[in-house]
Design a protein around this ligand. Structure first.
Ligand code: F6P
Length: 321
């Protein structure tokens, strides 16, 4: 262990994701196991700029493994994107004698990690976003929990859609990515999935809906927020099909709730890896899972590549519908 790493800091940034608390707990306890001091900046990079932090201890991260959200709070900071904001953050890291920073967040947050790194700060990232849109890792913390929440909501909608012989358009999150929509669509048995990555012809979908297999009493269309608004899709489908269409925008419910077992396991392994990376003197990396391996991916790769939605999964969802 290089003896220059004695004290580290942690923050959560961007949209909260279930499992962030599990990662805060794991990072803190593993850091303590490695005899490191650790503090947590509050409100993401905003707290770093304002020097707003709490001491983290094995005790004060107790009882949070099953809580959604983040006890360190989170924010999207515009000031951090300015040179002035960045310099304030660096000054606070120096003032608090921080030897390494761990940021849990999405690719926007990792841009910040990289910017700090090129200014001499040792910093690494842990992927935490429900969108699972980060290149270099199969999963980000929060995705699995969000999927589980979504498929349970789709099931509830299916109950009412079946009972009333109705067509529903269900909008899910994901920002510019169809990752959530495709996986929730396959696991939730949607009939059609609309994602930004694939152009679709609503006329063709409407024709298929009209020619449903006999006995089918409902249609569920899952639309990624990055592809279209559910209300717009519903209006077009209504015109084409000629009967009522109901809309359900799942919204922020998708981001809450107790983390799944997978998200807790990922949180533990990513946290250990992130602390180990700093102890090895590494910076400008993101922890990742590739297959079954926990690895470190250079942020240069993460920030310059786009995560691809597997076409085979998208196609399979439609084959099985
Ligand atoms: O990145 C996570 C996410 O939930 C996206 O799916 C969504 O587009 C966005 O955050 C919403 O952001 P905000 O919390 O700022 O409204």
């Amino acid at each position: 262990m290089p003896d220059n790493i004695k004290k580290i800091a942690l923050l959560t940034s961007g949209g909260d994701a279930s499992g962030m608390n599990a990662a805060i707990r794991a990072t803190t306890r593993y850091a303590k196991y490695k005899s490191l001091e650790i503090i947590g900046f509050l409100d993401g990079f905003k707290g770093l700029i304002n020097n707003n932090f709490i001491d983290l201890s094995s005790e004060n991260v107790g009882g949070i493994i099953d809580r959604g959200g983040t006890i360190l709070y989170t924010a999207r900071s515009e000031e951090f994107k300015t040179e002035e904001g960045m310099q304030k953050a660096i000054a606070n890291l120096k003032k608090n004698k921080i030897d390494g920073l761990i940021v849990i967040g999405g690719d926007g947050s990792f841009r910040g990690v990289h910017d700090l790194h090129i200014r001499g700060v040792k910093a690494v990232g842990i992927p935490g976003t429900i969108d699972n849109d980060i290149a270099g890792t199969d999963y980000s913390i929060g995705f699995d929990t969000a999927l589980n929440v979504i498929i349970s909501l789709i099931s509830k909608i299916r109950d009412t859609a079946f009972s009333h012989d109705r067509l529903f358009v269900i909008e899910v999150m994901g920002r510019n990515s169809g990752m959530i929509a495709v996986h929730a669509g396959l696991a939730g048995a949607a009939d059609y999935i609309l994602i930004p990555e694939v152009q679709v012809d609503l006329v063709k979908i409407a024709t298929k809906i009209k020619n449903h297999r006999p006995g089918k009493r409902h249609t569920l269309i899952v639309v990624a927020e990055g592809a279209a608004k559910a209300s717009d899709v519903a209006a077009s489908i209504k015109l084409l099909v000629g009967h009522e269409v109901r809309v359900s925008v799942l919204g922020y419910i998708q981001r809450g709730g107790s983390p799944s077992a997978l998200d807790r396991l990922l949180s533990a392994e990513f946290s250990k890896k992130a602390v180990d990376l700093l102890l090895e003197g590494k910076s400008d990396y993101m922890t990742a899972i590739q297959g079954k391996e926990i690895v470190a991916v250079p942020l240069d790769y993460v920030l310059n590549n786009k995560k691809i939605v597997k076409k085979s999964i998208y196609e399979l969802a439609h084959i099985l519908s």
